[in-house]
Design a binder for this molecule. Structure first.
Ligand SMILES: [Zn+2]
Length: 290
């Protein structure tokens, strides 16, 4: 989980030592963007921020990408174009209204062309108060050097799960795949007495920590494939027709689940009691459904 690195930004902000612009290198651009949005929510939440705040206007607007003082720029086709940067400058030429600062996030910063970078430079060279910027990239070296040199560089690395879709579908894992289908259908469709399923379905059939870990890696891959599907990205959902019921979830709901399982997989490597960990997972998942 890379959140700890990014979490520090919240403290820096409150200590008034946050930089004007960061370049974040990550091995998972989508999770990183999601975590940055979480940082922004933590900073500007109207209430005392709690996980998945849905109570305040600011957090809701961030979630829906409707906060006027937050602009996220993604490549238009294969590049980030000069016009997109000009548009950003125009939007941020006025003082922010909803939040104290205007914030921009440039996703896939390596996709900036020389001319969009030049336009951006003027913006970076006259740092204004009330503007905080983030560039996200999967490879620092591919970001235009003049941009790179003006940013504070941080890294947000996420655990990678070596299991891939092909190996999920080989015979060895077929049994776990079936188990995952039964388990998730109970949790996502029936949704009642869920803690019971940990005992009756899961731990009744597997109890070795390593097997539970394997099962959850499979579950992670499945959610990731449905997540890609929800964004119309190439995906392997047709390999997982047993999990048809996940089509009911939107990309935001799927991303929350991906985060939850990533945390679970981090926790399971430490020596926490397995049953307690599973119960926590089921409860957290239930909270997402409320
Ligand atoms: Zn909030």
């Amino acid at each position: 989980m890379a959140l700890n690195v990014l979490d520090k930004l919240v403290n820096l902000y409150h200590e008034n030592t946050i930089s004007h612009v960061y370049l974040v290198e990550t091995n998972n651009v989508l999770l990183c963007l999601n975590d940055l949005k979480k940082v922004i929510k933590q900073i500007f939440c109207v209430n005392k921020y709690e996980d998945n705040c849905t109570k305040c206007n600011i957090c809701n607007l961030v979630d829906q990408n409707y906060l006027p003082s937050l602009i996220i720029i993604e490549p238009d086709g294969s590049t980030i174009k000069k016009e997109q940067i000009l548009e950003l400058k125009k939007s941020f030429s006025t003082v922010p209204v909803f939040t104290k600062e205007n914030i921009y996030i440039i996703k896939n910063a390596e996709a900036m062309t020389q001319s969009s970078a030049n336009t951006m430079l003027k913006f970076l060279e006259e740092p204004e108060d009330h503007i905080i910027g983030f560039f996200i990239t999967s490879n620092l070296n591919n970001v235009i050097p003049t941009i790179r040199s003006r940013c504070e560089i941080i890294k947000a690395m996420y655990e990678t799960h070596e299991l891939n879709v092909e190996s999920v579908n080989d015979e060895i894992n077929q049994e776990l795949l079936n188990l995952a289908a039964v388990y998730l259908e109970k949790l996502e469709v029936e949704k009642k007495d869920t803690i019971m399923y940990n005992r009756s379905i899961l731990l009744g059939q597997i109890n070795a920590r390593e097997d539970v870990k394997k099962l959850f890696k499979i579950i992670l891959i499945i959610y990731e494939e449905f997540f890609k599907n929800s964004l119309n990205l190439p995906n392997k959902c047709r390999n997982f027709d047993k999990f048809y019921f996940l089509n009911n979830l939107d990309s935001k709901e799927l991303l929350k689940r991906i985060n939850l399982i990533t945390i679970f997989l981090d926790d399971i490597t430490s020596n926490v009691n397995l049953e307690l960990l599973l119960d926590k997972f089921v409860i957290d998942l239930g909270d997402l459904n409320e």
